[in-house]
Write a protein that binds this ligand. Structure first.
Ligand code: NAP
Length: 513
């Protein structure tokens, strides 16, 4: 049953004084029956104090203990799967197929961290035996605050990559649940709490707090016991929380993944030869009603002949298309407001909204695009802007004008090689992932994935929020100098009990010392 209460270190707390809020059924645009409580200042402090108290113990659990804990979370998610998925579809309007897919993806994501803990390479152990005996490995940073995202109620929320990577690192987690899917989050929090109890870990390693005002998030970020923050959402939210963290007496890292328009560059010969291009682009723009952070909001077409009208081709594919509503009426209102403003912009060549769904496409000439910064702002939803370029130079100018992005895509033919080469050099300073085929929607959870990018796509382009390297956000190096062997962490002991690959005096080896 959904209680609407907040979970603080194993206890579901009710407060007489708490503000209440409800989630919404986006299909009916009506409130759902549950009353959720906004976390009080007392609960916020209690959660972080419990997290801080449990930190030393959790940080010193073995990698295998943490792997077993993550396995237990997978099992407990399975136990509650039906409740989780029913609440997910009711609160988000995302279809059952997407709910099931995201549930499995979330479990697969946990599996990748179980595998990482089993091989242990993320400890990055190095030993220098000449001169003073110096041994260095990574250590968890302390309690982490995680903000759930509105657009992924599972994979980027309570049990998403931020929480799981922090647990894998040995950091306690306090989740600020996203207010649009507070019920789904509560079920998931129940699964995590059950797993903690079964794994006999300190209850303080997890708390789950609700709220729909900025107050809860701000207090969590400003709390002196918070040591790091993971966030996915809007630029305004991420930047506000980042600024708060830098103004604290002790500044802390905020890893915020924010807006991106994920440009796709279609080069001249590709534009002429690929008859399936418009359909593939339309599918990507409208996937999940456009609510993916990798949604391609900008398509830059190199069209010297002027004969190919990509936006009209996309427009045809939008006709008759059916899409579910957006995950919340506030997000849909914001989307419609941005479209209305664009419709007033007389610098656009064309703008077209589908009659059967929310999707829209617009087009603009490169010269106009370059004059007006507002054209490169994210319109979160099933919208894309086609920029028509007459020359390769215009394509390069558009690339130069862009801010940091999560992804950039170059679609080309062999004959476009020289342009691709020049463009690639430019895009390397703009994006965290560069694709040469397909579309940017769809993010594989592997070690080689990078989901982050130069500001404003994220607040720290050196780190990813997807894939196992996400763990490095929650770790910091400690060097031990002339430390007795028996006091060293297992990662650095002479006998190498974990069988890790370690760098010893410049050579990578799994041998004991
Ligand atoms: P959001 O408004 O940034 O909210 C995300 C979380 O941060 C929520 O828990 C929110 O809680 C909290 N928050 C936001 N601003 C805050 C502030 N100034 N101080 C303290 N806490 C704050 O994002 P959203 O609700 O997911 O979606 C709104 C818009 O974000 C969308 O229309 C879209 O433009 C964008 N978005 C982008 C991506 C992406 O990946 N690029 C993903 C999702 C959404 P409270 O509301 O309780 O304060």
């Amino acid at each position: 049953m959904i209680s609407g209460k907040n979970l603080v270190a194993g206890k579901w707390l009710h407060s007489q004084d708490a503000k209440q809020f409800k989630t919404i059924d986006p299909i009916l645009d009506k409130p759902l029956p549950y009353d959720f409580q906004e976390a009080t200042s007392h609960q916020i402090s209690a959660a972080l104090e419990a997290a801080s108290k449990s930190f030393e113990l959790f940080a010193h659990t073995s990698f295998m203990q943490r792997a077993a804990f993550l396995e237990c979370i997978q099992e407990e998610l399975d136990v509650l799967q039906e409740d989780i998925l029913t609440t997910y579809t009711t609160e988000s309007a995302l279809p059952e197929g997407r709910a099931k897919g995201e549930f499995q993806r979330t479990k697969d994501q946990i599996q990748r961290f179980i595998e990482l803990l089993s091989e242990g390479s993320f400890a990055t152990a190095s030993i220098h035996t000449q001169g003073p005996d110096l041994r260095k490995a990574l250590h968890p940073i302390g309690p982490v605050v995680v903000f759930g995202a509105s657009n992924f109620p599972l994979a980027f929320s309570t049990v998403g990559g931020d929480t799981i990577s922090a647990f894998a690192a040995g950091c306690p987690v306090v989740v600020k649940a996203h207010p649009y899917h507070a019920g789904t989050s509560e079920w998931v929090a129940q699964a995590i709490a059950n797993a903690i109890e079964k794994s006999k870990l300190p209850l303080g390693i997890f708390s789950h707090l609700g709220g729909q005002s900025h107050e809860v998030g701000s207090q969590l970020v400003c709390h002196p016991l918070t040591k790091g923050v993971g966030f996915t959402g809007s630029f305004s939210g991420g930047k506000a929380l980042y600024d708060l963290a830098q103004k604290r007496e002790e500044p802390i890292p905020v890893f915020a993944e924010m807006g991106s328009i994920n440009p796709i560059f279609v080069l001249e010969h590709k534009l002429q030869s690929d008859s399936g291009l418009a359909e593939a682009l339309t599918q990507s723009v409208t996937l999940g009603t456009g609510q993916f952070c990798t949604n391609p909001g900008l398509i830059v077409a190199c069209n010297p002949s002027g004969k190919i009208d990509l936006s009209s081709q996309i427009k045809k594919h939008l006709e008759g298309m059916q899409l579910p509503p957006m995950v919340h009426s506030n997000i849909e209102k914001q989307y419609n407001k941005q479209l209305s403003l664009l419709k007033l912009n007389d610098k656009l060549n064309s703008i077209h909204t589908s009659e059967s769904c929310l999707a829209a496409v617009a087009s603009v000439k490169a010269a106009q695009f370059l004059k007006d910064k507002s054209f490169s702002e994210e319109v979160f939803g099933p919208f894309t802007l086609v920029v028509d370029c007459k020359t390769v130079d215009e394509v390069f100018e558009v690339a130069d004008s862009l801010a940091g992005q999560l992804t950039a895509t170059i679609l080309s033919e062999t004959k476009d090689y020289e342009t691709s080469k020049g463009l690639l050099i430019k895009l390397q300073s703009k994006a965290g992932r560069i694709l040469f085929e397909g579309v940017p929607t769809g993010v594989a959870v592997t070690q080689s994935m990078h989901h982050g990018g130069p500001y404003p796509a994220s607040t720290d382009s050196r780190f990813t929020s997807v894939g196992t390297d996400a763990i490095y956000r929650w770790l910091r190096p400690i060097a031990f100098q002339d430390c007795p062997n028996e006091l060293l962490p297992d990662t650095l002991k002479n006998e190498n009990p974990l069988g890790l690959q370690r760098n010893i005096d410049g050579k990578l080896t799994s041998a004991a010392l």
